[in-house]
Design a protein around this ligand. Structure first.
Ligand code: 6PG
Length: 472
């Protein structure tokens, strides 16, 4: 029997769908799973009638692959990846290539690339986005590692990826852990947009008293606009419209208000803090999930902490206020992308990733969770100016801010007066106001630091570091 083109370790939903995708693009495959029963079940079910075979052991798996072997690992991130690398390494030969397609921590990937390349194996850390459906029909893929290793799988990835008008949603990202870093930031932006839409829902429900169908109609309209048309807006409409089959009421109202997380949003924020990049909208979305998980505390808080006793939220007609809300959401989504892109620019500089930000925007236009029409504008902005310091300084984005900032301020003020938390919207307003303020009050912070700790300060009118004996 001829050897298979491609191998997969890990028959979870993502793994199954990716291998079916590869096979349907002409790549014969061999699959291995920790429990062989799962392999048999797959081969008898979704994998039957396909050019896919199974292997009971890692040795058999490796032997069934043509050289150089191309092996996609789709298992839980963390130690399981190191364990499988250790277990399979004795059977590999020079030039064989392992591809980690999970959401691994990029510093782990940096280490694995180094270790495996010393042994003459290739290693690719590849972010894959698009969920189960994307994996089957065409995901967005972010492979990082050596260019040489990437070339071995380029043809395969081009065929598997989602396709948009200017090509497949995959490109070589950069060396080491660059692919996983970019996927992590993708997820940070994803957290931001999810929270922004959740805040819009909360305002529509609590201030305007709208039900699921009414809110879904608004989302449907937003999804037709250039600025908000996106996969996440599309699925939010579906979520809001969906009914509980038991009584026909809005299903979303029956769901526990505690959001989980698997780590990538946290890693985005940690990386941003370490690299000195400001990502308040993304941070607010992460903290929103943390607050949501403190359900017991919030139950106590609602009993004892009074809301503001201010003039109730009044912005004229409902149509008018929904327009303000739309503008506010547009700016917050733009800020989420802008902060993520700024983090990529800085990481590229610090880690010598040589990231092509325009190309990253291009591969996010299809297949992935944050795909949106706005990404075309982001792509164009970085094509025009690859070293753009902040997306919001691109002329088109600047004009959007200037047109919509009043609305964001009205919404944040209204939510504050009504005692409704809008962490992403309010952080975005502060972010934009900070970005447009030449003189911030940190001169006073510097004075305090120098006063109690002799940390010294710089002056606007003279060169050098200064200290004052403030307490004398
Ligand atoms: C994707 C998603 C996916 C991610 C989940 C989990 O791009 O397909 O980003 O990879 O793992 O969305 O994220 P949380 O569980 O942390 O929300």
């Amino acid at each position: 029997m001829s050897k298979a083109h491609f191998g997969l370790i890990g028959l979870g939903v993502m793994g199954e769908n990716l291998i079916l995708n590869a096979e349907s693009n002409g790549f014969s495959s061999v699959v291995y799973n920790r429990t062989y029963a799962k392999t048999q079940e797959f081969l008898a079910g979704r994998g039957s009638g396909r050019n896919i075979v199974g292997a009971q052991s890692l040795q058999e798996f490796v032997e069934k692959l043509e050289r150089p072997r191309r092996i996609l690992i789709m298992i839980k991130a963390g130690n399981p990846i190191d364990n499988i690398i250790e277990a399979i390494s004795p059977y590999l030969e020079d030039g064989d290539l392992l591809i980690d397609g999970g959401n691994s921590l990029y510093t782990d990937t940096e280490r694995r690339v180094r270790e495996l390349e010393k042994k003459n194996f290739g290693y690719i850390g590849m972010g894959i986005s698009g969920g189960a459906k994307g994996a089957l029909e065409g995901p967005s893929m972010m492979p990082g590692g050596t260019v040489q290793a990437y070339r071995e799988i380029e043809d395969l990835l081009y065929k598997m990826a989602a396709q948009v008008e200017d090509g497949p949603c995959v490109a070589y990202i950069g060396p080491g852990g660059a692919g996983h870093f970019v996927k992590t930031v993708h997820n940070g932006i994803e957290y931001g947009i999810e929270q922004i839409l959740a805040e819009a829902y909360d305002l529509m429900k609590r201030i305007y008293g709208m039900n699921g169908n009414e809110m879904a109609e608004i989302l449907k309209k937003w999804n037709k606009t250039e600025e908000l048309s996106s996969y996440l807006v599309e699925i939010t409409e579906i979520c809001l419209r969906t009914k509980d089959l038991s009584d026909g009421s809005d299903l979303v109202e029956k769901i526990m208000d505690q959001a989980g997380q698997k780590g990538t949003g946290l890693w985005t924020v940690i990386s941003a803090l370490e690299m000195g990049v400001s990502v308040p909208t993304i941070y607010a979305s992460l903290n929103g999930r943390v607050m949501s998980s403190m359900k017991k505390d919030r139950i106590i808080g609602e009993e004892i902490l009074k809301g503001p006793s201010l003039i109730p939220f009044d912005m004229g007609s409902k149509d008018h206020s929904i327009l303000h809300l739309e503008n506010a959401c547009v700016l917050a989504c733009m800020a989420s992308y802008a902060q993520g892109m700024a983090l990529l620019v800085e990481a590229s500089r610090l880690h010598n990733y040589n990231l092509d930000i325009s190309s990253i925007a291009q591969i996010w236009k299809g297949g992935c969770i944050i795909r949106s029409r706005l990404l075309k504008r982001i792509q164009d902005a970085y094509t025009l100016n690859p070293s753009l310091v902040n997306l919001l300084f691109d002329p088109w984005f600047t004009s959007q801010i200037n047109q919509r900032l009043d609305s964001l301020a009205i919404i944040v003020a209204g939510a504050s007066k009504s005692g409704i938390p809008v962490p992403c919207l309010s952080s975005t307003l502060d972010y934009i106001n900070s970005c447009r303020t030449n003189r911030l009050p940190q001169n006073l912070v510097q004075a305090m630091r120098d006063c109690f700790g002799a940390h010294t300060y710089e002056r606007l009118d003279m060169e050098g570091n200064f200290h004052t004996e403030w307490l004398e």
